[in-house]
Design a protein around this ligand. Structure first.
Ligand SMILES: O=C(CO)[C@@H](O)[C@H](O)COP(=O)(O)O
Length: 220
């Protein structure tokens, strides 16, 4: 299994964004996690297509776009055109989840599905044959810098079992409150894509990426 670090740009210093992204890329972070918030599905507002389009040209990293947006089907094509490589939508935000996943696939992008902490993993079952990635939120979506919800560990284990049973090569991404001191527990539970905002951009992004990557590489 491939283990991947996805630094979350939400925590980056935007006045020197290109340099910060470079530091994560040079130290082994293959993805960049791009959190889109609409002020409806989640209370906050972040950034959108023009920012994605602009940073896409500044790095070779995979653009891992997490749409925390009500009815994301409305924006799938826009984010695909702006440079998204993976588009993850929230199960809770869609009237028609299958149609939304299909639209992502029709745009030639990898499709991810995410669940909030209060959503049971069983609700993912109808979509296991369709998605490339499952994103388990280990904090309430909407803000960076929150504390990891401990019950997420059992949910990660359960989703990993569901992936094994389904027999498809689905990535399991976990997002929220992950730092150097708890990332191993998250990996051990079955995650293989780790989103980290504060842990990477709070301090030296290069050094922090390197330290997180050392922990991820132990599992390869
Ligand atoms: O999507 C979100 C929050 O909604 C996350 O991507 C956070 O941005 C992760 O930040 P840290 O908890 O790692 O600081």
């Amino acid at each position: 299994m491939k283990y991947i670090l996805a630094p979350s740009l939400l925590a980056a210093d935007f006045k020197c964004l290109a340099g910060q992204m470079k530091m994560t890329e040079e130290n082994g972070a293959e993805y960049l996690h791009f959190d889109v918030m609409d002020g409806m599905f989640v209370p906050s507002i972040s950034f959108g297509m023009p920012v994605l389009k602009s940073i896409k040209g500044a790095t070779e990293q995979v653009m891992d776009v997490h749409l925390m947006v009500q009815e994301p089907v409305r924006y799938v094509k826009d984010f695909a055109d702006a440079g998204a490589d993976i588009i993850t939508i929230h199960l809770e935000a869609c009237q028609d989840v299958k149609e939304t996943i299909q639209k992502i696939k029709n745009c030639g992008k990898k499709a991810g599905i995410s669940i909030c902490p209060q959503t049971d993993a069983d609700q993912l079952l109808p979509y296991m044959e369709l998605v490339d990635m499952i994103l388990v939120m280990s904090v309430q979506p909407g803000f960076g810098g929150q504390k990891f919800i401990p019950e997420s560990i059992e949910k990660i284990r359960k989703v990993r079992r569901m992936i094994t049973e389904c027999g498809r090569d689905i990535d399991l991404e976990v997002d929220g409150g992950i730092y150097q001191d708890n990332v191993e527990e998250v990996l051990k539970a079955g995650a293989n894509v780790i989103v980290a905002g504060s842990a990477v951009f709070g301090g030296d992004p290069g050094q922090n990426t390197k330290a997180m990557m050392e922990r991820l590489r132990q599992y390869e």
